[in-house]
Design a protein around this ligand. Structure first.
Ligand code: RB5
Length: 146
């Protein structure tokens, strides 16, 4: 069973709660890593803390939600081993897994509706990395700091 950690700032709070409800109808282990109210919260802090728990293997994948998904992705991608992808459609979600082996999905509550978000999550969580020729390219990124 995939272990998924999901978190948001205040601008993604409502969509986070809806996605958690949606994913709880399926076979995942879900950890809600906050935020827990609409009170203003700093997305870099939340992204860093959540991304570290994906990077160290505590969770298989992460979902981060803010207003646009962009701030969360910029912050999460600073963490070693994280490949965070902002997806606004299902094709990006599929290819971010097939070709980029993305391990964090970033969504924007101010950008997409909840039903599109559910489809994006379902496709992203159920698409495997193709590896093959893409493995070398992903490894080239992983080796940036070694
Ligand atoms: C918060 O207003 C907003 O800036 C944040 O949620 C996010 O969209 C940043 O990228």
């Amino acid at each position: 069973m995939q272990k998924i950690i999901i978190a948001s700032d205040h601008a993604g709070f409502e969509l986070k709660n809806k996605i958690i409800k949606h994913l709880n109808t399926k076979e995942y282990i879900i950890k809600d890593n906050g935020c827990y109210s609409q009170e203003a919260a700093d997305y870099p802090v939340i992204a860093k803390e959540t991304a570290k728990l994906v990077s160290d293997g505590t969770f298989d994948k992460g979902i981060l939600i803010c207003g646009t998904g962009i701030g969360m992705s910029i912050a999460a991608n600073k963490i070693n081993g994280i490949r965070a992808a902002v997806c606004t459609d299902t094709t990006c979600a599929r290819f971010s897994r097939l070709h980029n082996n993305s391990n964090i999905l970033c969504l924007g509550q101010r950008i997409i509706g909840e039903y599109l978000a559910y489809d994006i999550c379902d496709i992203w969580l159920n698409t495997d990395f193709e590896a093959e020729r893409h493995l070398k390219r992903v490894n080239l990124i992983e080796n940036f700091y070694s």
